[in-house]
Design a protein around this ligand. Structure first.
Ligand SMILES: Cc1cc2nc3c(=O)[nH]c(=O)nc-3n(C[C@H](O)[C@H](O)[C@H](O)COP(=O)(O)OP(=O)(O)OC[C@H]3O[C@@H](n4cnc5c(N)ncnc54)[C@H](O)[C@@H]3O)c2cc1C
Length: 265
């Protein structure tokens, strides 16, 4: 089984994000970067499926040379090889999906696993566009509250389960008010939610090995994809600052203030 996973480079969610005074974007200086947390969950899920069914995990990232850092991270976790689409200009979600479509057509994976959203743009679109462009089924927000720490937990039915004939995948999805289970014919596109799994740490031997794993370089031109954005960000602005709060000495004062000042109870 071949699983294609994505690894977007995003600002570390622990970083303090500042908007540039002219509203043209965010200040990049001093920021740390990492693999999008939902993508890391996707890499982990791919590795778990391959451990069970055999095959390989191939990781893809789009961006400048710096995204190789995130590819190496996924390789250190256990992915076999990487595809780097070298592109530095602006890119919207359709552009990303268009490039991923061509990579998927080239790689012919059984499954593509992406994060449900990237924490920088917060769009939650790429997986869905990709499934549409490829004409494949999709299962978004794959999730299940489970941990694989205990023996009992390990015996639970996982959120992503391959059909016995390896022609379908059963996916538990997180939806409003609960979980929905659906079955998709393979090849398919799955996007991960936060509760799907707990990604492993890259081990030191894994990090060493990752250095010699291959990274194939492609470009939008080589893939014949026109990535001219259809959507343009016009302006960014900081959210309005919140008024300073107060500390109350006890519960009675809190209730009194909520009732008489805030008028919310
Ligand atoms: C990159 C990223 C993406 C995520 N995406 C999702 C997602 O898509 N869906 C999802 O469900 N979750 C998501 N989460 C997780 C979600 O943000 C956290 O799980 C959730 O906020 C944790 O809530 P908490 O109450 O445990 O803690 P906190 O996030 O620390 O607190 C939540 C709220 O409680 C307040 N609070 C905290 N401590 C106190 C205190 N001592 N006294 C008074 N108020 C307090 C905070 O001010 C805050 O408003 C994401 C997290 C990350 C890092």
């Amino acid at each position: 089984m071949k699983i294609l996973v994505t690894a977007k480079r995003v600002e570390d969610p622990e970083s303090k994000i500042k908007v540039k005074p002219d509203g043209s974007g965010i200040v990049q200086e001093g920021l740390k970067y990492k693999i999008n947390p939902f993508d890391e969950i996707g890499v982990e899920e791919g590795l778990r499926l391959v451990a069970k069914h055999g095959g390989e995990v191939v990781v893809v990232s789009i961006g400048g040379k710096e995204v190789q850092e995130q590819l190496r991270h996924a390789l250190a976790m256990g992915a076999t090889r990487a595809v780097w689409v070298n592109h530095t200009g602006p890119l919207d979600q359709m552009g990303v999906a268009g490039l991923l479509q061509k990579v998927a057509e080239k790689e012919k994976p059984d499954l593509v696993i992406l994060g449900k959203q990237a924490i920088d743009d917060d769009q939650n679109q790429v997986g869905q566009y990709l499934a549409e462009f490829l004409g494949w089924g999709q299962a978004t927000f794959a999730s299940k509250v489970e941990s694989l720490e205990s023996e009992q937990e390990k015996n639970k039915v996982p959120a992503l389960q391959m059909g016995a004939d390896n022609k379908s995948v059963r996916v538990v999805r997180e939806v409003d008010n609960g979980l929905a289970t659906l079955e998709c014919a393979l090849p398919a596109v799955v996007t991960t939610d936060l509760r799907l799994n707990l990604p492993r740490y890259a081990s030191l031997p894994g990090i060493m090995k990752a250095k010699s794993k291959p990274i194939e370089e492609l470009t939008p031109a080589k893939l014949s994809v026109d990535v001219t954005p259809k959507v343009q960000v016009l302006k960014m602005a900081s959210p309005p600052p919140r008024k300073a709060g107060i500390k109350v000495p006890d519960v009675a004062t809190l209730v009194e203030k909520l009732r008489n000042e805030a008028k919310v109870v």
